[in-house]
Structure formats: C-alpha cells, structure tokens
Write a protein that binds this ligand. Structure first.
Ligand SMILES: Nc1ncnc2c1ncn2[C@@H]1O[C@H](COP(=O)(O)OP(=O)(O)OP(=O)(O)O)[C@@H](O)[C@H]1O
Length: 255
C-alpha cells in the first residue's frame, strides 16, 4: 500500500426521493490497498460503490478518482477513467446467454478495437489468471459452480488490466473453503498486479485475512476507518456487536 490516495470522496450525499441514504460521507482509498467496506444491511454500501463508479447520481459532494474530479471530466475523459477500473457485482452478474470467454470480451469490445485472435488470447490469459481451467472458456454461466462464476466474473473485471477493482460481496454464497480460496486469489492478484481492491463484504474471515484497512458505514457516513485492531476498540453499538461477537472471535483466531 502507498500513501497515494487513488479514490477520494468528500462530503458525499446520495438519496432516493425524500430519503438520504448517504449524508456527509468522507473516504480515502489508497493505491495498492485492500479496503473492506462494512456496515449493517441497508446502510448504503452498494449505493456508495455504485455512486463512485457513476451508476447512481449524487446530491452533493466530490468524488475524485486517479486525482481527477469526476464532475469535471468530459464524457470521453470519464470513459478513459472507467477503463482503469473493473467491477465485480454482487452475484457475479455474468450475461447468461454468453460463454465465459464472451463475457470476458464484453469490456474489450466496448472499450478497445482488437482482432478476434488477440481477444481470444486475452480471454485465455484472464481465465488462467483467476485459476479456471482452459475449458471454462466455452462454458455458459449455468454450467458453472458458484465459485467458478465468481472467478469468471473476476476475469471479466480484470479484462482491461484495471488499476482498481470494485468487488461487491465477492465471497457471498461460497462455502468457507471456496471463500478462503477466493480471498487468497484476490490477495495474490493485489500482490502481483499491484491492484487496489475496494471490497464490500459481510465476511469477517475476508476482513481478517486480506483487508489492510476497513471502512465502517453507519448513519450515512464512514464512522471509522482503520485496521481490524482499530475496529475492536470501537464503542459504536453496531461495530461492537459485529466485531465483538462469536463469529468475529472465530474469524480472528483462524485469520
Ligand atoms: N434505486 C434505488 N431506489 C430507491 N432506494 C434505493 C435504491 N437503491 C438502494 N436503495 C435503498 O438504499 C438503501 C441502501 O441500500 P444498499 O443496497 O446500498 O445497502 P447495503 O448497505 O449494500 O445493504 P446490504 O448489506 O443488505 O447489501 C436501502 O434502504 C435501499 O432500499
């Protein structure tokens, strides 16, 4: 992790109709870190993620990525910034009518003009990178296990060699062994590719195993950022029950 701030969010407000979900939120993400974003159900973790990547409009505040204020970016500049991040949505969200190879090639077709052989080669490399067998390339999502779907979705998120990956609950639905293997994969990719990983998760094992820092959301804000040890010292009721419960103790012992 470096001290360079790669995502900066200041005084963010996001709402729907008359309800503000996020109100006065500040967050820094540093280049090369694995940041875990936690919070109770409905606190706005997905909304925050979607707002940073431009899928949900904000009511107020500033979001800068790679040092560029997204409000000041032209459509072309925005597209150039988008190319530098990859997203793994909750539940994988692969296109069910496309094979794994075709899914991985969706962002390639959207952003680049490459020959078919080169696109096939990139898909082959990404499939290997996430630890899938080469024969996964021609399979449809319905033919894959939950863990394989997550890996295929990660391969798609990595298609354009991004600097940042946004992961929304990457280990949800996986058994503990599958989740552990996926965590290891994310950590290996961070270490080898120098990725910055922004990860929304409920998985205490993931937080303990691979996150350098944790940002906790409550009451529309990031109420605290820090290491697992910092979280354990917090007195906020949600943090106390989340990080102080039985499951948290088990995660720390095994982590
Ligand atoms: N498009 C939308 N229109 C209206 N309300 C929305 C919309 N998207 C999200 N919300 C509301 O915003 C709140 C935060 O939702 P969000 O999905 O970000 O929560 P979360 O922290 O990710 O929760 P979980 O951990 O359960 O996934 C919820 O009350 C949700 O109903």
């Amino acid at each position: 992790m470096t001290s360079e701030v790669i995502i900066s969010v200041r005084d963010l407000a996001v709402g729907f109709n008359h309800r503000l979900i996020i109100d006065g939120l500040d967050l820094d993400v540093r280049r090369g870190e694995v940041l875990g974003v936690v919070g109770g159900s409905g606190t706005g973790k997905s909304v925050l993620t979607r707002c940073i990547i431009g899928l949900v409009p904000k009511r107020r505040g500033k979001i800068a990525v790679f040092g560029e204020d997204l409000d000041d970016a032209t459509a072309a500049e925005h597209k150039a910034i988008e190319r530098r991040w990859g997203v793994l949505f909750q539940h994988g969200a692969l296109f069910s009518s496309l094979t794994v190879k075709q899914n991985i090639q969706v962002p390639l077709r959207e952003y680049l003009k490459l020959s078919e052989p080169l696109m096939d080669e990139i898909a082959r490399l990404k499939i290997a990178l996430v630890g899938l067998n080469p024969d996964a390339a021609e399979k449809y999502p319905s033919e894959l296990s939950g863990g394989m779907i997550k890996r295929a979705a990660l391969a798609r998120a990595l298609a354009l060699d991004p600097e940042i990956v946004f992961l929304d609950e990457p280990t949800s639905g996986l058994d503990p062994i599958g989740a552990g293997e996926f965590d290891t994969l994310i950590k290996t990719l961070r270490d080898t590719l120098g990725l910055t990983v922004y990860m929304v998760t409920h998985d205490l094992d993931s937080l303990a195993r691979i996150c350098d820092r944790i940002a906790a959301l409550a009451d529309g804000k990031v109420i605290v950022t820090g290491t697992m040890a910092d979280m354990l010292r917090q007195t906020h009721p949600w943090l106390k029950s989340y990080f102080g419960g039985e499951r948290a103790r088990a995660a720390r012992i095994s982590g």
